[in-house]
Write a new protein. Structure first.
Length: 404
């Protein structure tokens, strides 16, 4: 503490009346701001350094943060391109979560050479996403999965577990996760493309393609999230993706890119998972093993074991878990035999930034069901979360396949 008081004393003897006023009121924030703005520089720096030394001590500051701070200083001085260069250098050093992504995306819209800076970020992201992110736990070899990362403002397309495309996008004006109608936020979670919107009946601002997502999904509804009309769509503005964080909640891509993207979309079973940050490290559960145990219990008509895979919070069109138990007791125990086949499974994990474990999983697969008096075939989705150390099913969705 002695060094703090000495530096504060020196600072006080040199400080301007403005600095005195803040110190007398015990406010450090305006002094920090004056350092960033380059005002009262010598006096404010001494005080700022005293606080920093006391709080941080001799800890080394990571190189990416040093670059970030240099960028922030240049940004405050109005030197935008210099700031962007520092932010890009910071991202090269630490390419997963990094606040430099946000500052970069905020600034490139104000420059005349946004495409150049986007290209540099693209090269970094190619390396980062060449390795399949841990959120794609399993995926059938010929099935496409979309990942959207709000931090980098990019969308990544995987076929099986191989990266086959990456496209700049822009998301909601407010950076946080969507909570309610009209909050101008892009939702974070695992969704599916559900239908093409007839763009001829839409205003030009939606561009040449609009595809609806199933927001809010069953997990969102358990959290009480509201809102609707979340789409992937184009724009009536060239290079709209060079205006990051500018939508009312949708994911917007360039019209030219959408002509390619459309080829990857199979309505009903192409997932699009949206994250603030796609994690590079995540501890995931053995979801595939759990699904196989669930399938086997169903097939063997072991009702108690089968129903044990469902959460107390389970919801379906008929109500809560109690109604589901009554319904399933009749339909499981009333059969002479049951056969359940599962094919083409995809398992995705969703986690919030900073979490080492997923909040929930979505498993989707082609399910063929046969019994002595009923059969069907279609796409099954299971929304799964861990409760008291065990994986439990929160919700199911089933899309019957049309008979040809």
């Amino acid at each position: 503490m002695r060094s703090l008081f000495i530096l504060l004393f020196i600072g006080l003897s040199l400080a301007t009346p403005t600095i005195h006023k803040y110190l007398e009121k015990g406010k450090i924030e305006p002094i920090i701001e004056s350092v960033l703005e380059g005002e009262d520089r010598e006096e404010a720096l001494l005080i700022f350094k005293a606080f920093a030394d006391e709080l941080v001590g001799k800890k080394d500051v990571p190189a990416y943060l040093k670059r970030y701070v240099k960028g922030l200083m240049e940004e405050k001085r109005g030197n935008l391109e210099e700031a962007i260069k520092h932010y890009i250098d910071s991202i090269y050093i630490k390419y997963d979560y990094n606040p430099s992504y946000y500052r970069l995306n905020e600034l490139i819209r104000k420059t005349g050479d946004a495409e150049k800076f986007r290209e540099k970020i693209k090269n970094i992201l190619k390396v980062r996403f060449a390795k399949t992110p841990p959120v794609i736990i399993d995926n059938a070899p010929n099935k496409y999965v979309f990942l959207v990362e709000k931090m980098s403002q990019y969308m990544f397309v995987y076929k099986g577990k191989k990266l086959v495309g990456m496209f700049p996008v822009t998301t909601g004006q407010a950076w946080e996760d969507k909570r309610r109608e009209g909050d101008k936020r892009t939702p974070e979670g695992i969704y599916f493309f559900t239908e093409y919107i007839d763009v001829s009946k839409l205003p030009p601002l939606y561009g040449n393609l609009a595809v609806a997502l199933n927001y809010p999904n069953p997990y969102d509804r358990l959290l009480g999230k509201t809102g609707s009309g979340i789409w992937l769509h184009g724009s009536d503005t060239d290079n709209r993706n060079n205006i990051p964080f500018s939508t009312r909640g949708c994911v917007v891509a360039d019209n030219r890119d959408l002509k390619v993207i459309e080829r990857y979309i199979n309505l009903g079973n192409t997932p699009i998972a949206i994250y603030k940050v796609v994690p590079t490290g995540l501890s995931v559960d053995r979801v595939g093993d759990m699904i196989e145990s669930w399938r086997r219990a169903w097939e063997e008509k072991d009702f108690n074991k089968y129903i044990s895979f469902y959460s107390k919070r389970f919801r379906w069109k008929g109500g809560d878990i109690n109604g589901w138990k009554r319904y399933k007791r009749r339909t499981v125990l009333g059969k002479k035999y049951i056969d359940v086949d599962i094919e083409n499974i995809t398992i995705l994990a969703f986690s919030k930034h900073g979490s080492k474990e997923p909040l929930y999983y979505v498993a989707e697969f082609l399910q063929t069901y046969r019994s002595n008096n009923y059969s069907d075939k279609g796409i099954k989705r299971l929304y799964i979360a861990k409760e008291e150390g065990r994986l439990k099913i929160l919700a199911e969705e089933f899309i019957p396949m049309r008979e040809e």
